[in-house]
Design a protein around this ligand. Structure first.
Ligand SMILES: [Fe+2]
Length: 395
């Protein structure tokens, strides 16, 4: 990691007027009409994108792997374009289709249980079939020079899931996943901006000494920024639900409005006012808006808006996003009629307490019964998906 310095990014010229402190719309270049209702307009993510370059058809070139690692170290995430061929991405889509259409699928317990219940999301684990393991193995072997920098061969595959979301899903609060995990999001199809790509806050990952930036207050300022964003997300989600209730599009199911706004059930990614006020939500609750934090939010508003920003991703088919689990991020809301499909997998970067595994990830029962390490995935599997030249096959 390079020398410690204050977090910050060069602002780019934008056709949109600066909406002021705490706005998340900095750096936007989008002029799409549907973007007017987005929480964060689609900005320029090119500084976080690396095009996959292959070395003799066997894996990433050394130079490309260096660039990916540098971006991952600096920003906490990177978008690798063209890592999979279109045919390979179709194979990933096939795995998702098989899973989401299976009535016996294993639903994930996180990332909005209420959305899962009302079929706004279909977050479920992919069984460890030979096909899904082969797919993941291909990914790991292709990214081996990058993943091996963070994960040892004995580290566990924590889950393979699909993050499928539908129209009317909530916008997740900005959050960090549990430490010491490397996660990947595979775009098995083009993700349109209105389908709700994942948002990241670059540079908020927790590497050694990260906190001593900003005069030793970097984590405190990150948390303040997160609170400011989550306040806006609460209002954004409430507004979207009220609009759905008023217009009937997309249609709310009986009881859905109540369960998303006034439920007693645990769900950290809904604008649930009851649990927000009673302090029972972990990601964002009324206690975070005490006088002390409100004063700091006012006092440091300029510093926060200059130091941090949100980047919304809209990966192309065959792209893979790698991110450190300790980076601040959030899944976007799907505002289109097309489902958004992302195949996701997570690998431990350290020893993982088995209890933590179940608390924070959703391993399929078949993965629990037949655990896989990163080293297992690097072994050649029967009939592996050919690496080939992804760039040429993508043409
Ligand atoms: Fe997350």
């Amino acid at each position: 990691m390079g020398p410690v310095r204050r977090l910050g990014h060069t602002r780019r010229s934008s056709p949109m007027p600066d909406p002021g402190p705490f706005s998340l719309a900095h750096n936007s270049r989008s002029s799409r009409s549907d973007e007017s209702s987005a929480f964060v307009p689609l900005g320029d993510s090119s500084e976080f994108q690396v095009t996959a370059e292959f070395d003799g058809g066997t894996g990433l070139s050394e130079e490309c792997a260096d660039t990916i690692r540098e971006c991952l170290d600096r920003s906490g995430f990177v978008i690798v374009d063209g890592l999979l061929t279109r045919r390979e991405a179709d194979a990933g889509q096939g795995l998702i289709d098989q899973t989401v259409n299976d009535p016996k699928r294993h639903m994930s317990q996180f990332a909005s249980e209420t959305d899962n219940r009302y079929r706004r999301r279909n977050f479920c684990s992919l069984p460890s079939t030979p096909e899904s393991l082969r797919f993941v193995s291909t990914l790991c072997r292709r990214l081996e020079p990058v993943i091996s920098e963070y994960c040892g061969r004995s580290r566990p595959l924590l889950e393979i899931t699909t993050l499928t979301s539908h129209q009317g899903s909530s916008h997740q609060y900005i959050h960090r996943d549990p430490d010491c995990v490397l996660s990947m999001l595979v775009a098995v199809d083009d993700i349109a901006p209105e389908q709700g790509g994942t948002l990241f806050v670059p540079g908020t990952h927790k590497y050694g000494g990260a906190n001593i930036r900003m005069d030793g207050r970097a984590f405190e300022f990150m948390e303040l920024y997160r609170i400011a964003c989550n306040f806006r997300i609460l209002a954004y989600n409430l507004k979207a639900l009220l609009r759905m209730r008023r217009c009937g599009h997309p249609n709310l199911e009986p009881g859905e409005f109540r369960d998303r706004v006034f439920s007693r059930q645990q769900d950290d990614h809904q604008p649930n006012l009851l649990r927000f006020v009673t302090g029972k939500t972990y990601q964002f609750r009324v206690g975070m808006l005490g006088p002390r934090n409100l004063w700091k939010l006012f006092r440091y508003r300029k510093l926060l808006s200059e130091s941090f920003r949100m980047v919304r991703t809209a990966p192309r088919k065959g792209s893979v996003i790698l991110f450190r689990s300790d980076l601040m991020h959030a899944g976007g809301d799907n505002r289109s009629e097309r489902p958004r499909n992302l195949l996701s997998l997570s690998i431990g970067r350290d020893v993982v307490n088995p209890d933590q595994w179940d608390l924070s990830y959703s391993p399929d029962p078949t993965l629990r019964a037949n655990p896989q390490t990163y080293g297992d995935l690097l072994k050649e599997m029967d009939s592996p998906v050919p690496v080939g030249s992804a760039r040429e096959a993508n043409r």
